[in-house]
Write a protein that binds this ligand. Structure first.
Ligand code: SF4
Length: 209
């Protein structure tokens, strides 16, 4: 029988987020592992039908739980967190970011643009220079690949900073109310449930109640 997980996040996962950002100073190509962080929640969801990532395994949720205010100082979330406005805004931001990342990486690969080898926060705020690299890659790395790694690193850093800010201003997991991954997981889950309900209705139509 499958072992039941204890409620709440697995302890200590915030270390994964810290290691992710620290590794950017060792070799920026490690930032490409963000692709797995974005894929795993949906793989778990498709396998289990549950939001296992959000409930137990999310390293960012672990980090903001740690940085957040104590319960006695929690503040009520503003309406824009709960009425869907900020959730949709963040989804647009996330979508546009991915679009820019894909477009610029393709342009660099065909020689139409120079790679941007620096961190850029919130799409628009460049930080000076490339990150120090403690471990050089033995083979020559194509410009588009290091560009892609910097773009993922920037996206992860921007959203983590926002999550930490929300955790300090309002309450630890305020970011989860607007997180695009959480929002998309909810949408997929609702669709799956609806699909299952429809399949059952269709079956009942065929075989009779
Ligand atoms: S909503 Fe986002 S930040 Fe919160 S647990 Fe889910 S994936 Fe992690």
């Amino acid at each position: 029988m499958a072992k039941r997980l204890k409620p709440g996040l697995v302890p200590g996962l915030f270390i994964i987020t810290s290691i992710y950002f620290a590794l950017g100073f060792v070799n920026i190509l490690t930032a490409l592992s963000a692709i797995f962080c974005m894929a795993i929640p949906f793989i778990l969801l498709s396998k289990s039908g549950k939001k296992l990532w959000c409930q137990h395994y999310c390293p960012r949720a672990s980090l903001i739980s740690l940085t957040g205010k104590p319960r006695s100082r929690w503040r009520t979330l503003p309406t824009m967190f709960t009425d869907g406005f900020l959730r949709k805004t963040m989804l647009w931001y996330f979508g546009l970011n991915l679009l820019f990342i894909t477009g610029s990486t393709i342009r660099i690969s065909i020689g139409a643009m120079e790679p941007m080898e620096h961190v850029r926060l919130f799409i628009a705020l460049p930080l000076p220079g490339p990150l120090p690299q403690l471990l050089a890659t033995p083979l020559a790395v194509p410009g588009w690949l290091s560009h892609l790694a910097y773009r993922f690193y920037s996206m992860m850093l921007s959203s983590t900073l926002l999550g930490i800010a929300f955790s300090r201003i309002y309450r630890p997991r305020a970011w989860c109310a607007v997180c695009p991954v959480g929002f998309l997981s909810n949408t997929v889950r609702k669709r799956n449930r609806l699909g299952l309900q429809r399949q059952t209705e269709d079956l009942l139509d065929i075989v009779g109640p």
